[in-house]
Unconditional design. Structure first.
Length: 289
């Protein structure tokens, strides 16, 4: 159990540094997401091929795994843009509204409906979000690109979690990661080309950041969190991961001089409390990224 807790703490830290790396603006948002997926795939493939752990799934399951890759890649891309166009704090907290969207989607599509505590937590979380971004945004309907993409990131991640849970019932994790990373890489390559984002010409620091994102924020983070989830209660892991937004905010203030107002602090705390309430009786989602 002690090792699992240590793994969880390190995993949370690995995730938390991602918004800081993106906020450095050393590479465009979509191409940054592309290289995060591509480098992760290139690092994973030798292990998969040597150990022969890649198992060919049936057509339907394989197609759903590809869909997961496309959705997750899109999620990371829009989250990157949200971070670069606003603050690491706002983008991190808005994308972590994903448990709210999971509950809404579960209400519509699943037989297992959210319980009363979910709706109480949702109301609290939404109030925290309003306080975080400012009442004037909602009063004037001033939803800019950063705010919209921050919320969209959470919605996309909710779809990803619901679909991936279904896929993983009949597919092992390594095979799923390989297929989804390949799909993400191809999808983001096409999108990057379509919107004319450069595939090269970055500084040495830019390339280094891309490699760190793939190694630390993608592969290492998810291996550690998966290990912790295997040896700890999933609900405890999920609630612990709520601290990622707060830690990202603290790192942004410490390393990139990001301004954090009292409203943002209070709103972020209320938002996280609200999401925490949704986990009291039933876990809906494990946090990101």
């Amino acid at each position: 159990m002690k090792r699992a807790r240590i793994a969880l703490v390190i995993g949370i830290f690995c995730i938390s540094i991602f918004p800081i790396l993106v906020k450095l603006n050393l590479t465009p948002g979509v191409i940054s997401a592309f290289y995060r997926m591509l480098f992760s795939l290139l690092l994973l493939l030798p292990y998969v091929l040597i150990t022969r752990q890649l198992k060919i799934p049936d057509y339907k399951t394989g197609l759903l795994a590809v869909l997961c890759g496309v959705i997750f890649g899109s999620d990371v891309a829009v989250w990157n843009v949200a971070i670069q166009e606003s603050t690491a704090t706002q983008a991190s907290l808005l994308t972590n509204l994903s448990p709210v969207w999971v509950g809404v989607l579960a209400l519509i599509f699943l037989k297992d409906k959210p319980r009363t505590n979910f709706w109480i937590g949702t109301v609290i979380a939404v109030f925290g979000m309003i306080l975080l971004v400012g009442f004037s945004v909602f009063r004037n309907l001033d939803f800019d690109l950063a705010f919209t993409f921050g919320v969209l990131s959470g919605v996309l991640y909710a779809f990803y979690m619901l679909i991936s849970k279904e896929v993983l019932k009949s597919m092992d994790v390594i095979t799923f990661m390989t297929i989804s990373l390949a799909a993400s890489s191809l999808h983001l390559a096409v999108v990057s080309y379509a919107i004319n984002e450069p595939f090269s010409g970055f500084s040495d620091a830019g390339w280094l950041v891309l490699v760190i994102q793939a190694v630390v924020c993608q592969l290492l983070a998810w291996l550690l969190i998966s290990y912790a989830t295997k040896h700890m209660r999933a609900t405890r892991v999920s609630v612990s991961l709520l601290g990622q937004g707060i830690l990202a905010s603290a790192l942004a203030w410490l390393f990139i001089d990001e301004t954090i107002t009292l409203n943002m602090v209070l709103g972020g705390i209320i938002l996280l409390i609200g999401i925490g309430v949704t986990f009291i009786e039933k876990q809906l989602i494990s946090f990101k990224k």
